[in-house]
Design a protein around this ligand. Sequence first.
Ligand code: ATP
Length: 335
Amino acid sequence: MPVVSTLAIQKATVTSGTFRNEVRARSGTDARESTTMLQLEGVSKRYGDLEALHELSLSVRDGEIFGFVGANGAGKTTTMRVVLGVLEADAGSVLWNGAEITFALRRRIGYIPEDRGLYPKMTVLAQLDYFGQLHGMRRREARASALALLERLGLADRGASQLQALSHGNQQRVQLAAALVFAPDLLVLDEPFAGLDPVAVDAMSEVLRAQADEGRPVVVSSHQLDIVERLCDRVGIINHGQMVATGTVTELTDRGPLRFWVDVPGAAAGWYDGIPGVTLVEQDGTRWLLELADAASEQSILTKALTIGPVHEFRRDRPALSQLFRDVMSETAIK
Ligand code: ATP
């Protein structure tokens, strides 16, 4: 059995995504609290002898982009398929807005499957019409929505092209359009950024952000942790079918050692001596990376630095999400 220390980092500091939600909740006419929309509780799934998911729980709020990360085979696609109803869980439940998810609600989910799901020989517009109608739209409605999406995704001139004639990146954009054409209540995207160039990543990210800002949650899996770090309001790390860490990127990276970069020209070696619990990690020119035993010393360092000269930088040093991911993976590895 894997040895797993589950980190439920739920409150801590207010950061980008939750901050955005709270600002929206407090502001003007659209005053409402952010609500948990999608919830998985204790979901388990076996493929024969292999336990792909073990009592996995997660929650995704409205207005939120939730990044789902994990090593190959960790269980991301299986989780998404359970949400979609493509696979039935052996145990646990999937809730939408507090109630057991139904077929009708699942029809309101826009999905980009890992193995993609478009028809190579069909034209772009024909498939968007098809997906719109599959999700209950009238043909004219679907066509209007498809045209608007193609315009927004920079593909207005490709509607009559066969899908197979488009580049990989443009096929991905069509895949996103197919997931969005019926204005879904939830987007579930399995590796949507795979193989995209940075411009295409930005275009897709913008659309996802707009979707979330309209209050529709987005669940996105990716191995591209730099994108996840930039884009996602909260992140869940899955390992061996279990959720081993969830939180905003800031909350997750708060787990690391408490370190600050201080740029104070003119400081002599050991200038921080006498402040309790402070040790030097490294020095780079006039910049000092100090580790603090606890947060109480933070202001003392700044105060001391200001007595020496102007402080050009005073910044918490946080590990990148990729480093945190490696740390969590090694902490939760099968021992
Ligand atoms: P990746 O990042 O590589 O896409 P993943 O996190 O999406 O991986 P899953 O595809 O959910 O992982 O797979 C979880 C585990 O279940 C893996 O060990 C995989 O081999 C196994 N698995 C997935 N689908 C099946 C299946 N249809 N039959 C048997 N085993 C399966």
